[in-house]
Design a protein. Structure first.
Length: 142
């Protein structure tokens, strides 16, 4: 008996462009522009923090800091722990917002989740739109 043969359906392979999710590399001028725009906001946040209560009973935010790390611009909140014997550390830092540089003037905006991971919620925003979202959206509270 003759065996039936079927034509194999091979996928054709070839070269093509694939969009990358990798962040771009910001120039020093771009970093300076972002830092200058966020500096007054960070200063305003620091001035709005309440003074430490004495005696301190709970973790309390003591300062907000902006910093670059690679292609990411972070707003971080630093907390001080009360002096209790069960605490191993004096304080810790928590992420508030992260801007991911994509291209000149274009950023993705993320917030720091309770799971310890960054979640991107706004894509391809201008720098001014990022600042506006951070000031108004509830995800970015200190």
């Amino acid at each position: 008996m003759a065996k039936k043969t079927s034509k194999s359906s091979k996928a054709k392979s070839g070269w093509g462009w694939v969009e990358s999710n990798q962040p771009g590399k910001p120039t020093d001028a771009e970093k300076a522009k972002v830092t200058a725009l966020f500096e007054p906001y960070v200063q305003e946040l620091n001035e709005g923090l309440p003074p430490l209560e004495e005696p301190q009973q709970f973790n309390q935010a003591v300062r907000v800091e902006a910093k670059w790390r690679g292609s990411y611009f972070y707003l971080m909140s630093h907390y001080k722990c009360p002096p209790k014997p069960e605490y191993d550390v004096e304080g810790f830092e928590v992420g508030v917002a992260r801007l991911t540089y994509k291209s000149p003037g274009v950023y993705d905006l993320s917030y720091f989740r309770h799971t310890g991971q960054w979640a991107t919620i706004f894509y391809e925003l201008s720098l001014e739109d990022c600042l506006e979202q951070i000031e108004s959206a509830p995800h970015f509270e200190v």
